[in-house]
Design a protein around this ligand. Structure first.
Ligand SMILES: Nc1ncnc2c1ncn2[C@@H]1O[C@H](COP(=O)(O)OP(=O)(O)OP(=O)(O)O)[C@@H](O)[C@H]1O
Length: 672
């Protein structure tokens, strides 16, 4: 795929996408998580790129939402969908759903939706999804005890790129290798030429290093799993709660995760813990062992009567002979016991094993002295031995663990992707359940729905009255003030937008014609000035001369200018749209006047007040077909006329005032 062919994707972004293994599939599937792994591409940008790629694939020009109000309603329904996603990923992924005229795209999303609607939003699954996130690369890792070495400049550059975690050194010969082996625990030589050379230290010859990075730097896998530990555990929990088929064995993954801590260090191995603690505690243990020996010796000396021969005493005084000789002669046994105490103490505190006793014993001993002193060189040798043991153990464990983790590396990507995708499906399923939705049927002309309920009304969804409505061709929608005309237009727009996104719509049944564009003109706030009026007319000129196949919704266009002129202008627009065969709904309080001016028999529907109850209008929210609704003023005059008639009848001819009121209201009523 030519990435730069996607609108909005330039050279730099194309190069970033090319670094992904499966960019083409990710673009096709709207897989925002994978796309956002490309260098420098955020999730928001990834969603925009995926949208553009989908548009390009389905030949969508991006013009479906043709007006501000149409775009606003799309944003509102998208927000309702996104509110039902648990993860950031699903929110971004839902942004790849957009209304389109493309049949193939609508069908593609509907196939996804059909599967999604079978998903039950179980609270335990939603809860588990809370900790799932797209997997991410660990922060820059540095492994200091190992290095790579090569004689070849090109191999050097490749190794630097493949193993950013390690130092790479240029060497000339085995002598240089030996030199490196003194500074690093392990040296990995990349040249075949070194095979068989005998060098002191841990030097391995691996010309195949680049093909087995997990063997050369097992820490890379450990760091990856450590970094993503919580996400992975959450992804397992999601699979278990939702009884999804996991891409890898949860038991194996849990077991592997238990062997590495959040810093990528090995855990759970008693021998490694023992050796690590022994190295760390060595100095302190030597010092306490020494004190224990001295305590013993001090006590022994203080409790013992030491007899000193006159000759000895003289030699002590005259020749400056050392007391040590005396100590060795008089207190040899006690000294031996003190040394044994120190050795025992050391072995016990460091939990030394038999193979290490020999070195530990050399820490204390030799000629008797007081105070008892340790042998620094022996301590140093013991330390080297313990460190080497620790590193050997860690290296073996890391290699074993990396082999296990290596087998899980690919499957965990799928495991997490499946959990995240489930969140997208659940968001759609919850939306559909929360708003009692149905997948619309695409056929015929215009639209038609039963028991439609807008989720965007300013009343709670339970209190929304269901609306039945259908229109084919251009139609005027009349109705009482606050009867729900604007809300009906919004509902039509929401149903069409959702339907052409491929999503279910909030109705019991819906049939739609697949339209090319949605033009929804909201009611303007007050009369427009000459300039704005002119530009509105220009909009309609473009609309009426453009291609057919659009849906046009217009709310009280009359408010743009004075009523008489408005009616004539609306009539002209309706005629042009009618000739085009467009479906349109024009909400207007001037339906009667407009109808009289149009040169064809324009349909008029009406949202009827069923009557006034306690001064409040009771409305039938479903527009009545072919019916001009009576206006609110007419209903009020009718109500006053009725009251005056009742008053006049009660007065029974004796009340002139009641009779003249009755006459006045009757006259007004005739005007309607
Ligand atoms: N289907 C419905 N169910 C419940 N309430 C509704 C419904 N439709 C409209 N309403 C309520 O009626 C109010 C007025 O609706 P709307 O603004 O659509 O009326 P309108 O006929 O366009 O009014 P106007 O003639 O003043 O422009 C809404 O704010 C909402 O509270």
């Amino acid at each position: 795929m030519e990435f730069e062919a996607i609108p909005g994707v330039g050279e730099k972004t194309a190069a970033s996408l090319a670094e992904l293994d499966d960019a083409e599939r990710a673009l096709r599937d709207g897989d925002v998580a994978t796309l956002s792994r490309a260098p420098g591409i955020t999730e928001g940008r990834a969603a925009a790129i995926a949208r553009a790629a989908i548009r390009a694939e389905h030949g969508d020009d991006g013009d479906f939402l043709a007006t501000d109000r149409a775009r606003e309603l799309y944003r509102d329904v998208l927000a309702l969908l996104k509110e039902r996603a648990v993860t950031d990923y699903a929110e971004k992924r839902l942004e790849t759903l957009f209304p389109t005229a493309s049949k193939s795209r609508i069908e593609e999303v509907r196939t996804f939706v059909e599967a999604a609607l079978d998903r039950t939003p179980d609270p335990a699954v939603l809860d588990a999804l809370g900790d799932v996130e797209a997997l991410r690369a660990p922060p820059n890792l540095r492994v200091r005890e190992r290095c790579l070495a090569t004689v070849d400049a090109e191999r050097y550059a490749e190794a630097k790129a493949t193993f950013p975690e390690l130092s790479v050194e240029i060497v000339e010969d085995a002598h240089d290798l030996a030199e490196l082996a003194r500074s690093y625990s392990t040296v990995v030589a990349l040249d075949e030429a070194f095979a068989g050379v005998d060098v002191d230290g841990d030097v391995r010859v691996r010309p195949d290093a680049a093909e087995h990075p997990e063997e050369i730097v097992p820490e890379r896998l450990l760091a990856f799993f450590a970094e993503n530990r919580e996400r992975l555990l959450a992804a397992i929990a999601v699979h278990e709660a939702a009884t999804l088929d996991p891409a890898c064995s949860p038991a194996d993954l849990r077991d592997a995760l238990e062997r590495v801590d959040e810093n990528g260090e090995l855990v759970g191995d008693a021998e490694l813990d023992r050796l690590t603690a022994a190295v760390d505690d060595l100095d302190a243990a030597v010092s306490t062992a020494e004190s224990a020996a001295n305590d013993h010796l001090r006590k022994a000396i203080s409790e013992q009567d030491v007899t000193i021969q006159g000759q000895d005493f003289l030699s002590l005084v005259e020749q400056g002979a050392r007391v040590d000789s005396l100590l060795s002669r008089e207190l040899a046994d006690e000294y031996d016991t003190a040394v044994e105490t120190a050795r025992g103490h050391l072995a016990e505190t460091l939990s030394l094993e038999e193979s290490e006793y020999d070195l530990a014993e050399r820490v204390f001993g030799g000629d008797p002295t007081f105070p008892v002193d340790h042998n620094e060189e022996a301590v140093s040798r013991l330390r080297t031995e313990l460190k080497a043991g620790r590193d050997r153990r860690a290296a073996t464990l890391k290699a074993d663990l990396a082999a296990d983790l290596g087998a899980l590396r690919e499957p965990v990507e799928t495991l997490v992707a499946d959990a995240l995708e489930l969140d997208v499906e659940l968001a759609v399923s919850r939306f559909s359940r929360d708003f009692d939705c149905v997948l619309p049927e695409f056929s015929g002309s215009g639209f038609e729905f039963e028991a439609g309920r807008s989720p965007l009304l300013d009343v709670s969804f339970d209190e929304v009255d269901p609306v039945d409505y259908g229109v084919s061709g251009v139609t005027l929608l009349s109705g009482v003030n606050s009867g729900g005309k604007t809300s009906t237009l919004d509902l039509v727009a929401v149903v069409v937008i959702l339907g052409q996104m491929g999503l279910p719509v909030p109705a019991e049944r819906a049939r739609l014609e697949r339209v090319s564009e949605l033009h929804y003109y909201a009611k303007s706030q007050g009369t427009l000035d000459a300039g704005a009026f002119e530009s509105t007319l220009r909009d309609f000129a473009t609309l009426t001369t453009g291609a057919s196949g659009r849906l046009v919704l217009v709310d009280e266009l009359e408010s743009i200018t004075e009523p008489g002129a408005s009616a004539r202008i609306i009539a002209g627009i309706l005629e042009a749209l009618h000739e085009q065969g467009t479906t349109g709904v024009f909400v207007s309080h001037l339906a009667d006047e407009i109808r009289e001016t149009t040169d064809f028999d324009v349909a008029v529907d009406g949202i009827e007040a069923v009557g006034l109850v306690d001064g409040e209008l009771r409305v039938n929210r479903s527009p009545v077909k072919g019916h001009l609704a009576r206006s609110t003023p007419e209903l009020i005059v009718e109500k006053l006329a009725g009251e005056a008639r009742d008053d006049a009848e009660r007065a029974n001819g004796s009340g002139d005032e009641a009779a003249s009121r009755r006459g006045f209201y009757a006259r007004l009523l005739e005007k309607f």
